[in-house]
Structure formats: C-alpha cells, structure tokens
Design a protein around this ligand. Structure first.
Ligand code: URP
Ligand code: ZN
Ligand code: ZN
Length: 469
C-alpha cells in the first residue's frame, strides 16, 4: 500500500517546511517538494490532504503504567484501553514499566508484561524495567535485558517497604548501568522523610488529599534529586530523573547538566498546568483525582511557570505522562479519611500531545520544541530514533496530522477514551486537534474516530540511549 500525504507543513525538532510524505507499506520512503510526486506521475493508492495542517512524527509517551499493581489495586487502563486512548491522542509508541517488586524475579515479570501487552496494543510499545529489589540476581538481569531491548531501569528513592532502594543498592544498580550502557531512571523523593511527615499529618487529623501534597514537600524532591545526581557522578552512570515537579529539583538538574554530567529531566503535563492549591485543595475528597507522586506543586511558589522555562532551555528533556489512571469509585476511594491510602497516579496518555500543543498556542514553546519534547527526544533518549520520532526516509510511518485550526474539548463525556470514571483535565479546551494518526503506515484514527485494531501494536526492542554526551 502506498500513501501520499500532501500539502502539509512537516514539523521536525529542527525546523518546519512544506513537504509531501510518501509512504510504502510500513515505512516512509521519501519527503518530496509539494506537488512533485503528482507531477512525476507517482500514483499512490491513498492520498491524504494535509493542507493547512501540521504533519508530525507520532508521539512517544516514554512513561506509562498500564495495569500496574499499585496501592492495593491495579491501574485501570489495560494495554488495550490505554493504547487505544493513546492512538486517539496522537501517541503511536508507549514505553511502559515492567514492575519487579520485592521477592520477584525480573525475568518472570518481563514475561508477564509481554503476556499482558502482546496482541492487545493499538500502537507499538516498548518496556523499561523497574528494579524494586536490587540484589545479585536482578543486577545480572539488567545485563540480560539490554540484549532483549529493555535498556532503561527505574529505581525508587520513595515508597519504603515497597519499591525503595537504599543508597547502597542505588550505587550498585548505577554501577551496573555505567558498565552495560543502560539508562538509570530515578523516582527522586526522600521516602523515609516523607513517611514521617505523612504519619505526623495523619496524627494531626490532616487526612484529606491536600495533605498528600504538603507531606511530600519540594525539599524532599530536591534532596533526593541531588543525592541521585551525586551517586550518578560517582559511578559514571547516566541519570534520567522522572516526573520532576519541583522547580528546585530542576535547578539542580540544570546545574549538573551545565557541569557536563549526563543528567536528564522529565516532566509531565500535570506539573505544567495543575497545582496544589487548585486541584489537591479541591473541596471534600475531590482532590484525590490529582494524587500522584511527585505531587502537584504550589502555584504561589511558581513551579509551573518555571517548568515551562526549563522546557525552553532544554533542561527538561522530555515530557511524558506518567499515565497511571485509577477510577474514583473503588480505587481513589480507598483513601477516604486517609490520603496515604489513595492510589497514586493520574491518567493523561490521550491528552499529552494536545496539552503540550496548547503551550505552543500560548507562546510558551515553539512548534519545533513541541515535536522535540513529545516525539523526537524521547526516541533519542530511549534508543528508538531513526525508526521512531522522526519523519525521514526509512523511518516507520508513525505520523500525526494535526489541525491547528481544530478544537478539542477535554472531558470524561466529550472526548475521553481512557478507562477512567473522571478526567483530570475536565473542562480543558485545546486550540488544536489530532486529525489523522498513522501507525506503521496504517491509518488507525481519522475523522470518523479510532479505526485501528488491538492486534496492530508490536513490541519494539530498543537500543541504548542515543542522547548521551
Ligand atoms: O503517582 C505516580 N507517579 N504513580 C505511578 C508510579 C510512579 O511512581 O511513577
Ligand atoms: Zn515514580
Ligand atoms: Zn511512573
């Protein structure tokens, strides 16, 4: 099947130009001067008119948790529902986290994740590995996984007794990463200090969702970020700090980067738009909708504006969602009367491309930076570049046609396809719209809606990061 996308503005991380895109089967075969394919009598089987629209690489969401076991329940999106929602929103690759908790074997968990995802994904998928139990066997598994295309490993400085690694364990895992080329990802919050603050808040009777935020202060994030950076420096391991929400933590990341260290920061749409005061502080138990860790930060302290600034400077390397949805009913409700029992997570996999495009409309980032942080740099960061993240001959034809004159109303009734009974983004209006989505040359979403299939998505083996200094 040959497809020609004509008349659109092809936007890449480095610039934008009017070009036609020729696709043969699953791959892009050429970028052509507008109209030249027709002039040369190329006869595509399908022609897609993209005049007045942006033609961008499919989004890569490098941080999702489909069906993740957490907080006594499971994230409510399966690979089937979550990747379908991703497709609706212009994301054509997800990188999900295989979870190894205490006492579990890494390789057993990898097999379980392949079983859960295989044959159930609307878009392509890859895996990171959570190492929740750093020991001789899991360190050995880190080496094995590199050859299996799982080339990044998440460690936790938070959640004592669940996922937290001691500094010594972190050091060992970083030494393994430095030796095998894998990328160490870090949940950087001081979990032991937070646990004390949580117990003190509950003892005072401060049990509502707002106190989830105040018991995880920015100091706990900055301290852990600093510690992770120092341990990475000591071992020579590259470090990618996930879901950064505190401006002070990002300042520390920027400082390390200025010193030439391979340190990278990820943030998420919730930290750019939402706040401690407005969302976590909503009346009654409403704030539970936005309980996630790291927490939403104070708008009065100016974290949100500062994070946008760090996207512009490049110190925020990628914007992912940390998609980890839970319904209010029976899930978030587990924490009524005790915020520490609210499962942590927000669902956004469907909305990341739109929410970040709104940053373009609002003059916060350029069109090219939008594509860079949502598509191209995630590909480079996680060993997918060339195949994914770019519109170029030879790349997979993962393409989004985005309409800057379109409109998207976000809400559980209006647009939402995630398996959640609420939207963390209810009422958000976006001055743009995902029109057409192609995954490996197949149109999976068009003007009529989602037209893909759950057997379409394939596991993608990743190379080592292509983003290191
Ligand atoms: O609240 C969050 N972030 N839930 C998902 C697990 C994690 O730490 O990324
Ligand atoms: Zn985390
Ligand atoms: Zn996460």
């Amino acid at each position: 099947m040959t497809t020609l996308i004509t008349g659109g503005l092809v936007v890449s991380a480095t610039g934008s130009s009017l070009q036609d895109v020729l696709i043969d089967g699953e791959r892009i075969v050429a970028l052509l001067a507008p109209g030249s394919a027709i002039a040369a009598s190329v006869q595509p089987e399908v022609t897609i008119d993209a005049r007045g629209k942006y033609v961008i690489p499919g989004g890569i969401d490098a941080h999702t948790h489909m069906e993740m076991p957490f907080g006594g329940t499971f994230a409510s999106d399966t690979f089937e529902t979550g990747t379908r929602a991703a497709a609706w929103g212009g994301t054509t690759t997800i990188v999900d986290f295989v979870v190894q908790a205490h006492g579990q074997r890494v390789q057993d968990q990898v097999a379980l994740w392949h079983e859960k995802a295989g044959g159930n994904c609307a878009v392509d998928y890859a895996f990171h590995q959570i190492i929740g139990d750093v020991n001789h066997e899991s360190l050995k598994a880190m080496d094995e996984l590199i050859g299996e295309g799982i080339t990044s490993f998440k460690l936790f400085m938070a959640y004592p007794g669940v996922f937290l690694s001691s500094d010594g364990q972190i050091l060992q895992a970083m030494q393994a990463g430095a030796a095998n080329g894998g990328l160490i990802m870090m949940h950087a919050e001081n979990g032991s200090a937070i646990d004390v603050l949580v117990q003190q808040a509950l003892a005072r009777g401060d049990t509502s969702p707002y106190f989830h935020g105040t018991s995880r202060p920015w100091q706990a994030e900055q301290e852990a970020t600093h510690r992770a950076i120092m341990l990475a420096d000591l071992t020579g391991a590259p470090l990618y700090v996930v879901h950064v929400s505190a401006k002070q933590a990002l300042a520390r990341i920027a400082e390390a980067r200025n010193a030439g260290q391979n340190v990278f920061g990820e943030t998420c749409p919730q930290y750019l738009y939402l706040s401690l005061e407005e969302q976590l502080g909503a009346p009654g138990f409403e704030g539970a909708k936005w309980v996630c860790s790291t927490p939403l930060r104070s708008r009065a302290e100016g974290h949100q504006d500062e994070l946008w600034k760090y996207i512009r400077t490049g110190d925020v390397t990628t914007v992912s969602t940390d998609h980890c949805p839970f319904c209010m009913k029976d899930q978030k409700e587990l924490g009524i009367g005790d915020f520490s029992k609210i499962p942590n997570g927000i669902g956004s996999v469907e909305h990341r491309m739109d929410l970040l495009f709104q940053g373009v409309v609002d003059g916060r980032i350029s069109l090219e930076r939008w594509v860079d942080v949502c598509c191209t740099t995630p590909a480079r960061m996680f060993g997918l570049y060339g195949k994914k993240g770019v519109i170029a001959a030879g790349a997979d034809a993962d393409i989004v046609i985005y309409d800057p004159s379109g409109h998207t109303s976000i809400g559980v009734e209006a647009t939402h396809h995630m398996n959640m009974d609420y939207s963390a983004w209810e009422g958000y209006e976006i001055d743009g719209h995902v029109d057409v989505v192609l995954s490996r040359g197949t149109v999976i979403k068009d003007g009529t809606g989602y037209i893909g299939s759950k057997s379409h998505g394939r596991f993608v083996k990743r190379s080592l990061s292509q983003n290191l200094i």
